[in-house]
Design a protein around this ligand. Structure first.
Ligand SMILES: NC(=O)c1ccc[n+]([C@@H]2O[C@H](COP(=O)([O-])OP(=O)(O)OC[C@H]3O[C@@H](n4cnc5c(N)ncnc54)[C@H](O)[C@@H]3O)[C@@H](O)[C@H]2O)c1
Length: 318
């Protein structure tokens, strides 16, 4: 049986991915420092959970050697863009030095047969079309820059080890257990406190929102099917929604009108108007297409209270 190590597994996408892999009987191990994640998001025994910071090279190597995984899925990162912009050193440390530490430990493993690196659509420049993987990367912010560097490090790792390696550029995920105050959990938070006049930033930008259930399904299929070389895949829904579209979906599912007040403090000065994935490479590789519509996904969020107090995340970390 595969021993799957998910680094950053106690977070938003990690917790959904672990549930998906567990339902296919993979044995899961997690390394996470719980800075953003939550131990209660995941159901694994304490013997399989290692509370370790990936910046602590000594403890990380000890944990990875002890786990001796066959697959490593590296998700741990700082990725809320406003937070990265305000904390460029902390985020580049985790997103670059952290990756170097993980890869250094991984090189020593005898039975490692797969490496998966979570990258991001933020490596791409502004484009007003569905972006294919061949698009020349040109990050607009420190976050995208750190992730692009992570991709280069992962390429070096593959060159040196020949271990099959997947780089997945995630687009905008939504679903339960969100840990960062992105658009959808922020609307969810305001709506679930009873507000019907909500405060948001820019209303026109469009994003490719994909539900985590579809994202982790595709990730599992990719991990299972990918056996040789190194390759990069976009992972989005292939559909674009504006902030207003998202609010309209909340209105439909709530059955009540929502009024928007633009909050100047939330308006980003530099903003992309479009971010849409061309997912044809992924869909031709795996037998998959997104199932969960924006409305269906939002319906489940309206019922659920966010588990994390998102407002706290604007200021300090837990
Ligand atoms: N959420 C999205 O929409 C999205 C989009 C594009 C890319 N991504 C990428 O996907 C990955 C997972 O994102 P997520 O939304 O689940 O984020 P998340 O913040 O919920 O999860 C990241 C996890 O990493 C852990 N972590 C952070 N720093 C650590 C450290 N120094 N040592 C050990 N653990 C640490 C956190 O505690 C958290 O559990 C990230 O690499 C992110 O850049 C996410």
């Amino acid at each position: 049986m595969n021993r799957v190590l998910v680094i950053g597994g106690a977070g938003f996408i990690g917790s959904a991915l672990i549930a998906e892999l567990q339902s296919y009987n993979y044995e899961i191990f997690v390394i996470d420092n719980l800075s953003f994640g939550n131990r209660e998001f995941i159901h694994i025994p304490d013997s399989h959970f290692f509370k370790v910071d990936i910046l602590n090279q000594h403890d990380l190597e000890l944990a990875i050697t002890r786990i001796n995984p066959t697959w490593i899925i590296h998700l741990a990162a700082i990725h809320f863009i406003p937070y990265c912009n305000q904390n460029p050193f902390a985020s580049s440390n985790i997103n670059i030095k952290g990756v170097i530490n993980v890869l250094q430990a991984a090189r020593q493993l005898k039975q490692l047969s797969k490496m998966f690196f979570a990258s991001t659509a933020a490596v791409y420049p502004i484009c007003d079309y569905a972006i294919p993987e061949e698009q020349q990367p040109e990050p607009m912010d420190i976050y995208g820059l750190t992730k692009l560097t992570g991709e280069h490090l992962v390429h070096q790792f593959h060159l040196q080890t020949s271990i099959p390696t997947i780089i997945c550029r995630f687009f905008n995920a939504f679903g339960p257990n969100e840990t960062n105050p992105h658009l959808i959990p922020e609307i969810q938070r305001q709506i679930n406190t009873g507000l019907r006049t909500i405060r948001l930033g820019n209303l026109e930008p469009k994003r490719d929102f994909i539900h985590t259930s579809d994202m982790v399904w595709a990730t599992r299929l990719l991990l299972e099917k990918f056996d040789i070389g190194i390759d990069t895949f976009n992972l989005g829904s292939g559909k674009e929604y504006s902030v207003l579209d998202v609010v309209k979906a909340f209105e439909r599912q709530l059955g009540e009108p929502i009024t928007i007040e633009v909050d100047p403090a939330r308006v980003r000065k530099v903003e992309r108007m479009h971010l849409l994935a061309d997912i044809s490479k992924l869909t031709s590789r795996i037998n998959w297409e997104p199932r969960m519509s924006l409305d269906e996904g939002i319906k489940t969020l309206i019922k659920a209270q966010p588990l994390i107090e998102l407002a706290n995340l604007h200021t300090g970390r837990k």
